[in-house]
Structures are given as C-alpha cells and as structure tokens.
Design a protein around this ligand. Structure first.
Ligand code: PRP
Ligand code: URA
Length: 213
C-alpha cells in the first residue's frame, strides 16, 4: 500500500487494480459489476483489517494441545453509506461473519452536490468497536465527512473508511476533517468534473450496482 497522507493509504495490489479496471468498463453489466464490488470489498477489507487484535486460546489438535491465536472479542461493525456502500458489505462479512452492520443513508443533491442524510441506524453500543465504513466512491468527500461525523456523534472512535475510487479533492477533505480516521482507497483518480463525478471514475456506482438510472 502507498501512504498518501498520515493514515491514508492507496492500494497497490494487482488483483484490486485489475478488478477496478473491470468496474470502469462501461460494458460491465449490473450482475458482474455487483460481484466485482463485493470481491474488491473483501480484498480491501483483508488489507484494512490487518491490525485486528489477537488473543491466544487453548485448542487440541489431533496430535496435542496447544495455544493458538484467534481474533480477540467480537468487536467489529461494518457501516455502509447507502446505497452504493452496501455493495461492499457482503465481501467484508465473508471475512468477519460476526460483525454487526449499521447503515447511514446519504444522497448528494444533484445541483449543489451537498450531501443529505436520510437514515442512520448504528450498532449500540459502538464505542468499543472497530468501525469499517464502506462507500465505493469518494468524490467531493462531503458524504464521507458527514457520515464519519455522524458515527463519531454516536460514540464511534476507531474508524476505518474504505473506498474503491477517490478524487484527490475528496481524499484531502476527508483527511483534513477526520485525520484520526484510517482511509483505504483502491485508486486515486485524476479529478472531478463539473458535475462532481470522478474522472475517469466508473460513473454512478449506486446505479451500476442496483441497475437503476
Ligand atoms: C454517491 C457515492 C457516495 C457519494 C460520493 O452516492 O456512493 O456516497 O455519491 O460523493 P461525494 O464524495 O461528493 O459526497 P449518491 O449520493 O449518488 O447516492 P446513491 O449511492 O444512493 O446513488
Ligand atoms: N458518486 C458516484 O457514484 N460516482 C462519482 O463519480 C461521484 C459520486
């Protein structure tokens, strides 16, 4: 992984880069797109959770008893930003099936590009949990900043933000607003266009995952 800022990392894994290229391709249909978002969610989750704490437990192999590590506690929460963040959840849940799942609903105003929150339901209590926030797109950064603020207002402390494609503007804005949050990005693209879409990007992630227009 490449360090972009303190706590901000861009993925360099070839499998992630390959799958992002498939997502970008306008010919990739909904079914395949959804599957690839899930796979990237798993690969990014694998990297982002490399610091999960372990504890030793005693087990008995067919040969003898031994001490061996397991993930300590059951203290993980996955929080997708609706809608598109939902696409990454099943990939991470495949790695951590006992994680709780919260939801934050945000939509961007098409004209102002400002985020509006319409739903928030988080695991309670959330203070002790490592919280993995998912959203495939980090564009202006408005949705990400507001979602993290909301999670902190509910008591969230250890937050990791996973995004598949980001614009440099959004990465900077999220980092400056929440420097304590670990941010993992599949690829940082060139810029935003006048409609605040990421260039070259992949288009509208929510529409491509759910087959809407
Ligand atoms: C998209 C995307 C992010 C947001 C990014 O969601 O999934 O949540 O835009 O843009 P920003 O960084 O400029 O805030 P959208 O508002 O289109 O909602 P949807 O997922 O329901 O389609
Ligand atoms: N949201 C998307 O889905 N795509 C973008 O490029 C920007 C915001």
């Amino acid at each position: 992984m490449k360090k972009v800022y303190e706590n901000v990392y861009e993925m360099e894994h070839p499998l992630i880069q390959h799958k992002i290229t498939m997502l970008r391709d306008r010919r990739t249909g909904t079914n395949e797109f959804r599957k690839i978002v899930e796979e990237i969610g798993m690969l990014m989750g694998f990297e982002a959770l490399a610091d999960l704490p372990l504890e030793e437990v005693e087990i008995e192999t067919p040969i003898e008893k031994c001490m061996s590590p397991v993930i300590a506690g059951r203290k993980l929460a996955i929080v997708p930003i609706l809608r598109a963040g939902l696409g990454m959840v099943s990939g991470i849940l495949a790695l951590t099936p006992t994680a709780k799942v919260g939801h934050i609903g945000m939509y961007r105003d098409e004209v102002t590009h400002e985020p509006h929150e319409y739903y928030c339901k988080l695991p309670n209590p959330i203070e002790e949990r490592t919280i993995v926030v998912t959203d495939p797109m980090l564009a202006t950064g408005g949705s990400a900043v507001d979602a993290v603020t909301q999670i902190k207002e509910h008591g969230g402390k250890k937050i990791k933000f996973l995004s598949i494609i980001a614009a440099p503007e959004g990465v900077k804005r999220l980092h400056e607003a929440h420097p304590d949050v670990e941010v993992y990005i599949g690829h940082i693209d060139r810029c935003l266009n006048d409609a605040a879409y990421i260039c070259p990007g992949l288009g509208d992630a929510g529409d491509r995952i759910f087959g809407t227009k």
